[in-house]
Design a protein around this ligand. Sequence first.
Ligand code: PMT
Length: 403
Amino acid sequence: MPESSMTGKRILLGVCGSIAAYKACDITRSLRKIGAEVTVVVTSGGARFVSPLTFAALSAAKVYGGMFDEQDAHTIPHINLARDHDLILVAPATAQTIGRFASGMADDLLSAVVLAADCPIVVCPAMNSKMFSHPATQANLEKIATFGYQVVQPDSGPMACKEEGPGRLPELAVILNAVEQVFIPQDLAGKRILITAGPTEEPLDPVRFLSNRSSGKMGYALARAALLRGGEVVLVSGPCSLEAPANVEVIQVRTAQEMYDAVLCHFEAMDIIVKCAAVSDFRPAQYGLEKLKKDGADLLLELAVNPDILATLGERKKEQILVGFAAESENHLGEGKRKLAAKNLDMIVVNDIKGEATGFQSDTNRVTILTRKGAVKELALLSKDQTAMAIFDEVMVLGGGGA
Ligand code: PMT
């Protein structure tokens, strides 16, 4: 597994007595999948919904429940558990447990651990919407926020109790983002970032189109990285099968012209633009409303030039940081430098599309970053998530007046 900001992080997951407790199984698995070590503390209510045995199997670690577990009496579990973790995540957190946290009670293991902890604490409420909206619960949530606990707002929607409203445990991706963000500097907070991703499709007739091999992986990794660093992200995406990160505004487009319109519409309000999409340079000059029929003769296709979105942004740019990509199979640096200057960019990410496991469709990438100030930074073969983080590191250097 490649290194990530979560590699080796020790997460204590508190699970309370809510029907949403079953979702804590997925949280445990997902946290481990991104490299974290997970210790689960289940309240007596939580253990009624999901057996501690399930969490032991999923976390591959001892599960803690009772405050006075005789086997562990000599180790003072609540103090050691508080001391030995980098973050406490309580998901689902019930009204009862949130009330305990707010009033400083320590009458079960989870609340005692939380009271004794000095690591970051993330609380994900899940309960009936009337219970959630009750002034007592709202006051408790406000109170724990003043302690520095981060409260992840619940989703709204139909609930197990057949009522509808706020109180559903947020989506897994939202919870994981909240956890990951704790370990990542929020240096893009307050910044609006527009990212383009994927291919465009240029239709020829109702069944055929011109396109390219872009999967969207690099662009979606950039959107995820910007979000994790606290940015407000708009993702303009060509057709691809990827799931967009939660909390990102996604604008789906098909053609280069549609991408042009969407990007230009948002451009002025943005601080940083990263144009990762593989935009078709040409489109069929004519679109047939009916499927083209073959008649045995060769067919010559006339292509019309598409607008160059990035070049247009370069012409209109004011304070924005403009980052382009260049997919190159030869003379990488020469072509990168030429496009950097020709399109009036602040930075260009030159993508080697000929090497192994790099460029289109792969999960990894190898890029060289060039800046308008002449800096050249060659990155190793990295996962696309790591490449995206490294690109934003360089954007921050550029934004901060560096190379
Ligand atoms: O999606 P993946 O499978 O993960 O693959 C990632 C990638 C290889 C697509 C990506 O890393 C990449 O290199 N993207 C740029 C692809 C490309 O179109 O390069 P280009 O050299 O043709 O274009 C240069 C720049 O101009 C790009 O920023 C492009 O978005 C932009 N452009 C190009 C043509 C056009 N009409 N309008 C544009 O804005």
